[in-house]
Design a protein around this ligand. Structure first.
Ligand code: NAD
Length: 264
């Protein structure tokens, strides 16, 4: 099926490089005809994001640190003047200080707690509010979460608490924006080696554990997340909102993996 996103325009936030989940999503959307704008956080990433945007036929590459409300306003002002309307928004943004993505959650500092919640959680709401003003004809908003929202995983710590709040935000936003035809969903992706994930202590062990214990016996790729994102962002998912959709090789359904037969 080609052209699922033909005529649709959207903002993709969170591309850092070609290993980013947002890159996998943009790739899948581009293949189906989407027109996209991209944001980057900080000049160092500008140089990386510019050629990626060009790869997807986009010249709209805008600075945006989500801790800065003026920067968010500026992005939406440009989109309004260039496009008038917006069909979709991809929020693939998360951050916590690396020093607190190891050790005990109980040692989280108030400063990093607020920073993590502001960047990784509140930004979705702040951006959804701005997107709503450009989605008169309805739209689709997607964020990225992780199983650490529901169960304790070593070192994920304050990020797990943030993802739990993010998942609750998805439901509240879906309820608020549903009457205007705006859908809000999240993909709960299995672990993938990206820049952000590299900040989590023992990531290698986590990847190995998932690969060995998930029903599909493999880790997911950014292309697999991208294809599921395509479904949620396209009209194929017109009846779906407020959902947390797992793209994790089935890891979340397992209580205990089946043991090999005795004496086998
Ligand atoms: P990534 O490092 O490629 O992307 C993270 C992005 O967040 C970067 O582009 C970074 O610039 C952006 N960001 C951080 N602070 C920001 C700020 N203040 N303003 C604007 N942007 C900011 O890593 P990724 O793994 O692709 O992460 C994307 C999302 O996917 C995150 O929310 C992450 O928690 C989530 N996720 C990742 C995994 C995984 O294993 N990699 C699994 C599940 C969910």
């Amino acid at each position: 099926m080609a052209g699922l996103m033909q005529g649709k325009r959207g903002l993709v936030m969170g591309v850092a490089n070609n290993r980013s989940i947002a890159y996998g999503i943009a790739k899948a959307l581009h293949a189906q005809g989407a027109e996209m704008a991209f944001t980057y956080q900080g000049e160092a990433l500008h140089r990386r994001v510019q050629p990626i945007a060009a790869e997807f036929g986009s010249e709209l590459v805008l600075p945006c640190d989500v801790t800065d409300p003026d920067a968010m306003d500026a992005v939406f002002n440009v989109l309004k003047s260039q496009w008038g309307k917006l069909d979709f928004l991809v929020h693939a943004i998360g951050f916590s200080n690396k020093e607190e993505l190891e050790g005990r959650y109980v040692d989280t500092t108030p400063g990093n707690f607020s920073l993590t919640m502001n960047i990784s959680v509140f930004s979705l709401t702040a951006l959804a509010k701005r997107a709503e003003a450009m989605m008169d004809a309805g739209g689709s908003i997607l964020t990225l979460t992780y199983y650490g929202a529901e169960k304790v995983l070593p070192n994920y710590n304050v990020m797990g608490v943030a993802k739990a709040a993010l998942e609750a935000s998805v439901r509240y936003l879906a309820s608020d924006l549903g009457p205007q035809g705006i859908r809000v969903n999240a993909i709960s992706a299995g672990p993938i080696k990206t820049l952000a994930a590299s900040g989590i202590s023992d990531l290698r062990e986590m990847l190995k554990w998932n690969e060995e214990n998930a029903p599909l016996r493999k880790n997911v790729s950014i292309d697999e997340v991208g294809n599921s994102a395509l479904y949620l962002l396209s009209d194929l998912a017109s009846g779906v909102t407020g959902e947390i959709h797992y793209v994790d090789s089935g890891y979340n359904i397992i209580g205990m993996k089946a043991l090999p037969p005795k004496g086998g």
